[in-house]
Structure formats: C-alpha cells, structure tokens
Design a binder for this molecule. Structure first.
Ligand SMILES: Cc1ncc(COP(=O)(O)O)c(C=O)c1O
Length: 382
C-alpha cells in the first residue's frame, strides 16, 4: 500500500502514547485523573446548544468556505469589543473548522518549497501541528526554543539574515501552550516589522487569549499595521466547544484572500448550524467570564499545593495549563510516570518539544471535585 514517507517518518502523536500509558495504569486497578490533554470537559452553554438546534433545516447544502456573513460580522464585532480594533468582515475574516485544520494547512497556502520561501518557524515546546503542517508542505521546519529566562519568547536576535529571507511563516502562540507565557504587544510589533522587512507571514495562534487570570492578554489583531499578519482563534477553549469545530482566521486582507482561494479546494466552513451556534457564542462574554472563574478556582488549588510542596510553577499567567519545573534530579517523563502511578496523569514537557525537558504540563480540565481529589493524592506523593 502506498504511504507518504512523511507520514511514515512521523512518531506517534505524543498524546496517543500518554493515553496508552494511562490505560495500562487503569487496567491495573488505579483510577486515573486526566490532566493530560487540553480538551475542556465543561458543558457547552444551553443558549449555544439551542442556537445550534434552531439552525437545523430540512436540507442543509454545502456551507461556502467563506462562511456565513452573519458569522464573519459576529467575529469582527467580538474582536472590536475585545481588542478595540476594526476588522472588515468581508476582506479580513474567514471562518475555519476549529483552528487545527487551518493551522495545519496554512503552510500549503503560503510556502514555496522549491523556491526561496521554504522555511516555517515555530516555537518549542509547542503545539505539534505547526511542525507537522510544515513537513507535509515540504517546508524546512525551524524550531525556536522558548526559554524561561527569556520570558518564554523566542530570541529573535538569534536568527540570521539568510534564515529571515527564507522564512515563509513564523508561528507564534500566546498565551502559550504549554509554557503559559504571554507576549506584550511590543513583541508582535517587532515581529510584524521583521515580517514586512523580510517578506514572511506572522501566523499568531491565539487559541487561549480568553483564558487569563489577572490581565487580558494582547493580540496581534491590535497591531496598527497588520500587513503580513494573520491571527487564528477558536471557540474551543473560550466557549468549551471543542466538538463543534469553529474558529476563524483574520488579518491582512492579502492573506485572507489567499485562504479564500485555497480553502474551497480543501473543504468548507463549519456546518451552517455550527456557524449559527458560533454567532451566539461570539456574542456573549458572560459565559466566558464564568469559565475563567472555574479555571481560576482550580488553578488556585494547585498553586497552593505546589507552593507548600516546593514545586516551582514556571508559568500560570494564562491558558488552561500550569507549567511546572520538575524536581531536581528527575526528568519530565520520570516525574510524569511517578505521578501516573498514583493516578494523576500530566503531560511530560519533553512530549511537547525538546526544550520542554525539565517541565510537565498540567491541563486543568477535570472537574473542581476531581482537582480536589488530585490535590489530596499529590499532597501525599510529593
Ligand atoms: C495552541 C493550540 N492551538 C490550536 C489548538 C486547536 O484547537 P481547535 O482546533 O479546537 O480550535 C489547540 C488545541 O489544543 C492548541 O493547544
């Protein structure tokens, strides 16, 4: 059977390995509390579900890739309220099926693998999809380490002119999964300036901008000049809607035009009833504030525990994660294995990239009761 060599070279998606380990522990009789994957387990708000049901019609044709005008308007209006910026719903916004597929396929729309724009940069540790999208687009992947001493921002000064000139895409993700780092607007300003100077696209994955604790994080949508800049956002985390598959890309009209040309070949916008539910979701902030409140309570439980136990929390400013430094003398995997033996599943930082060694990620997705149970267990184990 013919199989792409790129596919054959891929290692198992790290979370598949993680889940296999959890099943083994469960089979041996230990209850596993799963802080591994970032899939929110909160129920989706009834008013969003109702909007989905009301959007069902007797016949539902193909949804056009550009999405419903109502949804593009709802997204632009949300961005206007949240980031005090103006987006033209027709030329600067396109709905996507969640953001994963849009992130994966973006390189296909912009990389010139046989020409001079053959490189895709992304940060490490990180969401694995930037690299995988680059590889399937036959691009040269460039992993840039995120170091704690640099505030988990990539060191732009370490990149040479030859590399800048070959860049097609520079992926950034703030608030960051997994380090929980945030980026000030000045970081986006500097990167956008470099993008204009060298002719690459800044792709800003902003899946976690709405999950914050003290201060709402900045967005690349706030840039005064968005030339060469595109932002990806999603309802998955903000509105606990991972199963609906609804997100958007927004930014430079030239990049949105490229996606409008590219995406109809790949697929469609979300199902129309999902788009109608999405209009309702982008239009409401109260449920998002409640969601932040729930994550804040879970976070507080763990911050208190880790402080008592002398476990250093390296990042917790935003997102649904905590990024912990593993105790001296232990590896990411060793520490995770130790916790899993007692039924607490966390993700080894090394599964999320080489620079993640020395850390583990705790996804605050179990219920508040389960979080309290995990704290009781860890109180004894740590
Ligand atoms: C950094 C980051 N970006 C994007 C996504 C994709 O989310 P979705 O495809 O559900 O919008 C995730 C999901 O975990 C993520 O962690």
């Amino acid at each position: 059977m013919p199989v792409s060599p790129i596919l054959e070279r891929q290692t198992t998606y790290p979370f598949v390995r993680l889940n296999e380990a959890a099943r083994r522990v469960e089979a041996a009789g230990t209850r596993v509390l799963d802080f591994g994957m970032g899939d929110p387990r909160e129920p989706t708000e009834p008013f969003i579900r109702d909007a989905l049901v009301a959007g069902l019609r007797e016949r539902m044709g193909y949804p056009a890739a550009v999405g419903l005008p109502e949804l593009r308007r709802a997204i632009a209006a949300w961005a206007g309220r949240r980031f005090d910026t103006e987006l033209d719903p027709d030329s600067e916004v396109i709905p996507t099926l969640g953001s994963k597929e849009a992130i994966f396929t973006f390189a296909l729309a912009v990389v010139d693998a046989d020409g001079t724009r053959d490189t895709v940069a992304y940060t490490d540790p990180g969401y694995p999809v930037y690299e995988r999208g680059a590889l399937f687009a036959h691009a040269r992947p460039l992993a840039l380490p995120l170091r704690e001493e640099h505030g988990f921002l990539p060191e732009l000064d370490s990149i040479d002119d030859e590399t800048w000139s070959r860049l097609a895409v520079f992926w950034v993700n703030y608030p960051n999964n997994p380090t929980c780092g945030t980026a000030p607007l000045s970081f986006y300003e500097r990167l956008a300036e470099l993008a204009r100077e060298h002719g690459f696209a800044v792709a800003s994955d902003e899946a976690y901008t709405e999950l914050w604790f003290d201060e709402p994080p900045a967005s690349a949508l706030q840039l005064a000049d968005r030339t060469n800049v595109i932002v990806f956002n999603t309802l998955s985390k903000r509105s606990s809607m991972t199963g609906y598959r609804s997100g958007f890309a927004a930014g430079d009209p030239a990049l949105i035009a490229a996606l409008k040309a590219f995406r109809p070949t790949v697929g469609t916008a979300p199902q129309e009833f999902v788009q109608r539910a999405s209009v309702a979701a982008w239009g409401d902030e109260e449920h998002v504030a409640r969601t932040r409140g729930r994550y804040a309570r879970k976070r507080a439980l763990f911050l208190d525990l880790f402080e008592r136990k002398g476990i250093r929390v390296a990042g917790s400013a935003a997102t649904m994660y905590l990024w912990l430094a593993v105790p001296d003398g232990e590896s990411s995997e060793g520490f995770s294995d130790r916790l899993l033996e007692h039924g607490v599943l966390v993700a080894p930082g090394s599964y999320l990239g080489a620079a993640g060694e020395g850390y583990v990620r705790v996804a605050l997705v179990p219920s508040e009761e389960e979080c309290a149970d995990a704290v009781t267990i860890l109180d004894q184990v740590l």
